[in-house]
Each structure stands twice: as structure tokens, then as C-alpha cells.
Design a protein around this ligand. Structure first.
Ligand code: ACO
Length: 428
């Protein structure tokens, strides 16, 4: 039976339908609110109560700590799947069979190169440039080299744009890293798996034979899967809203990369390590920093803690905490930063400030520790997140295009000056 919500404004009642998702989530459909009420709108800064779309890609339940891609649990996928299978699942809706996966991989491999002129653009960046800035610029620049990627009405061209970016983005990510590290820009090896090829592109030294390290490949595979989608977060909403203007995939992604860069979103993984290092430098007194985080006159926040949706635990953080221990053990890394992280986590989880506000470690509390152990520079953490999130952004953009969603254009409540008469400059 369909349900109705009734709102009453100045004694007048208005009925609005309630829609139900497949996981029984209820939402009041306010599409006709302005029409019915003669222009009354809703306000919800930060969209804490607002659904921007219906989506069949990712389900998360923040109270229960559930995360599923297309119905599959994140625990199963992180344990059993490879990143490319997950990318296919997110974008096309089902896990691929062996043949579909092979075709998908071959189509991506056929695009795993970028125009040589892109190297000239990279040359123009200062070596100290943040790789997120380099990555978003290069992703935008791809449009100039691949103009067909802007036709958003053709399924075929959308597929073409999807495999193109999946082929080229790891190259750009590895090049952003190599530029900063002062290493020559190189292509990988199409005989390798998607993640292994990326590892080779990142770490191959000019004069040495590349030795694959399965621990590194497995850890990265898991990290990329854990980051692959997270429904309507800041960067994904950005990709969807930019794409809703019929902008092409690459520029929509570039916008998403910039949104991800911020320290309250993807930039948190870099901020976590910088915070842990600062605590170490300052003598390792975790209690002092817990107090700072609680002090409302101090702008310090415990980075890697809290999440807009997860209010019990972040399921990705659970998986990653175990993975961090495994990777550090396997690589024989003894990192004092890990002890500080564990100390902070323990104290925060026992502190009423964090308990009352339901603040728990999020995925980025531990991801930086793994990246550090793998020898990835701190500034590269967020580009790694971007590489992981790429399939999710693509899937959400593709879904938005296929569903022919209207251009995103929120309303506002104007609180500025009312009409003022213009006075010319000499009379002001
Ligand atoms: N440290 C200390 N206090 C915090 C923290 C924190 N990390 N996070 C939230 N709080 C407090 C706020 O001060 C606020 O307290 P108040 O009720 O006394 O005013 C309360 O908890 C609620 O916080 P909001 O900012 O309203 O929560 P919101 O859902 O808007 O923000 C966010 C979520 C941005 C993730 C926030 O928790 C935060 O800044 N965390 C640190 C940054 C971080 O780790 N970001 C990564 C997010 S995960 C990702 O992008 C993969």
C-alpha cells in the first residue's frame, strides 16, 4: 500500500507520496512541493536529510555498519574479488563471467596509453605540485585529446569513454607520482593484471628489474575495492551534478577529483598521517590531542574519525585495520605511527565525547598507514583513493545518464538585502 506524508502549512494540508527502496528505506517525495504550496521550498544545508537520486549501485546502512555494492557485501568483495571485477560490477550491475571480464580488460588495455603530448603538460608542472592537482588537470586535459568522450547520449560512446578512462587513469596516477619522485614516465605491461600493472608503473626503477611483491598487490587490490564506491558522498555528488549538465565523463571526473581532495573527504588519509606524525614529534602524548579534539575553542579535529553516515562503525575500517596489521607484518615494517594510531583509537572509543557523538575511526584512519608501508608518499594517498573511487564515480555518472536525470540545480532561501535603489558612485 502506498504511503502518504501530510504536511500542514498555515492550516492547509498537502499530501506528498512516500517512496520505498528495496532495503525498505522510506523517503518523502517532495518533487511537487513547490507546485502544490505555491513556491515553498525545503532547506537542508549539507544535505543531511536529502536524497538527491534513486540509485541501484551501493547500499549502506550507517547504523548497522553495512556496505554493499550491487547487493554484495564489502567483506565478501574485499576478500574474494579483484578490483576490475568490482569495477565491472559497479558500472554494469552484475559480476562479469570469465569471458565478459576478459573482454572488459582487453578493451581497457587497448586504451592504456596517453598521447605523448600529455608529457609536455606534466613537464610544465613544478615538481612540488600536489599530485591531486596534477591528476585533476590531466583528467580534464584528456578531453582535448579524446573529444568523442563528450557524447553522453550514445551507449556505445559511453562504453568507449569508460574503458578509455579506466585505461588511462592509472597511467596518469602513476605519472603524477613519478613526476614528484623524479622518476622517468613509463608505461606498464599489458600482460599483467590491472592492479599489478599499476604497481609496476608506480614503482619500477629505471635501471632495475621489476620484482612483483604479492603482498603489495593484494593490499592495494583490497584498498581499491574498499574505496570503489560510497553512494552519494561529496565527490560522487559532484560528479553527478557536473555530469547532469551533459558535460562529458572526463571533466565530470576531474571535478570529482577536486572534491575528493579536501581534508574533510578523501584528503583525510593524508591529514591522518600528518596528524600522527605531528603527535609523534610532540612526544606522542595522545591524551593531549584527544583533549584538543574535544575543545570547542580549538579547531583541531581528530582526522580519520567520524563519518556523515556511519554512526556505529565503518565496515571498511574494520577490514583495513586487519589488513594494516597483515601488511606491516608481511613487509616487516615496525611503524611507531601505528602505535600512536592504536592509542588514539582506544582512548577515543572510551571517551564519552566520541561515544555520545558516535565518532568512530573511518576507512582513512588506517589506509594511510598501509600506503606508507608500501612506500607511497603521503601526498599520493588521496590520488590512490581517487584511483579506487574511479569505478564508483563512473558507475554513478553512467546511471545518471541512463536514467536521463535532470540537471542538478538546488534552490536556496535568500537572506540578503531586499530591493535597494542604485546610487551612482559620486553620490554614495
Ligand atoms: N574530531 C572531533 N570532533 C568531531 C569530529 C572529529 N573528527 N568529527 C565530528 N566531530 C564533532 C563535531 O564537532 C560535532 O560536535 P558538536 O555536536 O558538539 O558540535 C559533532 O561531532 C558532529 O560533527 P559534524 O561535523 O556535524 O558531523 P558531519 O557528519 O557533518 O561530519 C565529518 C562528518 C566531516 C567526516 C567529520 O566527522 C570530520 O570532520 N571528520 C574528520 C575528517 C575525516 O576523517 N574525514 C573523512 C571522512 S570519510 C571519507 O571521506 C572517506
Amino acid at each position: 500500500m502506498s504511503r502518504i506524508a501530510t504536511i500542514e502549512i498555515d492550516g492547509k494540508k498537502f499530501e506528498l507520496p512516500i517512496i520505498k527502496g528495496t532495503e525498505n528505506e522510506l523517503a518523502i517525495d517532495i518533487k511537487k512541493l513547490r507546485l502544490l504550496t505555491g513556491g515553498i521550498t525545503t532547506i537542508d544545508s549539507g544535505f543531511k536529510n536529502t536524497g538527491s537520486c534513486e540509485s541501484a549501485i551501493t547500499f549502506m546502512d550507517g547504523e548497522k555498519g553495512i556496505l554493499r555494492y550491487r547487493g554484495y557485501s564489502i567483506e565478501d568483495l574485499a576478500e574474494k574479488a579483484n578490483f576490475l571485477e568490482v569495477a565491472y560490477l559497479l558500472i554494469f550491475g552484475d559480476l562479469p563471467n570469465a569471458e565478459e571480464l576478459e573482454k572488459f580488460h582487453n578493451d581497457i588495455k587497448a586504451q592504456a596509453h596517453v598521447d605523448e603530448d600529455v608529457k609536455k603538460i606534466i613537464d610544465g608542472f613544478p615538481k612540488a605540485a600536489h599530485p591531486m592537482g596534477v591528476l585533476s588537470s590531466l583528467t580534464s586535459a584528456l578531453v582535448a585529446f579524446n573529444p568523442t568522450s563528450v557524447n553522453v547520449d550514445s551507449e556505445e560512446e559511453m562504453y568507449d569513454a569508460i574503458v578509455r578512462i579506466l585505461g588511462k587513469f592509472p597511467v596518469l596516477t602513476a605519472w603524477a607520482y613519478r613526476k614528484q619522485a623524479g622518476l622517468p614516465l613509463e608505461y606498464g605491461d599489458n600482460s599483467l593484471g590491472y592492479v599489478e600493472n599499476f604497481v609496476k608503473m608506480m614503482f619500477k626503477k629505471p635501471a632495475a628489474e621489476y620484482e612483483p611483491n604479492q603482498v603489495v598487490i593484494d593490499a592495494l587490490n583490497k584498498l581499491l575495492i574498499l574505496h570503489a564506491d560510497h553512494e552519494q558522498n561529496c565527490s560522487t555528488s559532484t560528479v553527478r551534478i557536473v555530469g547532469s549538465s551533459n558535460a562529458g565523463l572526463f571533466v565530470s571526473l576531474s571535478a570529482g577529483i577536486n572534491a575528493l581532495w579536501g581534508p574533510l573527504h578523501g584528503g583525510a588519509n593524508q591529514a591522518v598521517i600528518e596528524m600522527l606524525e605531528a603527535i609523534k614529534e610532540d612526544g606522542g602524548d595522545t591524551k593531549k590531542y584527544i583533549s584538543k579534539a574535544k575543545d570547542k575553542t580549538d579547531s583541531f579535529r581528530l582526522m580519520g574519525f567520524g563519518h556523515r553516515v556511519y554512526k556505529n562503525f565503518d565496515p571498511r575500517a574494520k577490514i583495513i585495520k586487519v589488513a594494516a596489521d597483515e601488511v606491516l607484518n608481511a613487509l616487516g615494517v615496525d611503524d611507531p605511527i601505528l602505535d600512536i594510531a592504536k592509542g588514539l583509537e582506544k582512548e577515543a572509543l572510551e571517551d564519552s565525547y566520541f561515544i555520545e557523538r558516535k565518532l568512530y575511526p573511518n576507512v582513512d584512519f588506517y589506509s594511510g598507514i598501509i600506503y606508507r608501508a608500501l612506500g607511497i608518499s603521503t601526498e599520493m594517498f588521496t590520488p590512490m583513493f581517487a584511483l579506487g573511487r574511479l569505478p564508483g564515480w563512473i558507475a554513478q555518472w553512467h546511471e545518471m545518464r541512463v536514467r536521463k536525470e535532470p540537471i542538478g540545480r538546488p534552490r536556496q532561501v535568500y537572506i540578503g538585502e531586499t530591493y535597494r535603489e542604485f546610487i551612482s558612485a559620486n553620490k554614495r
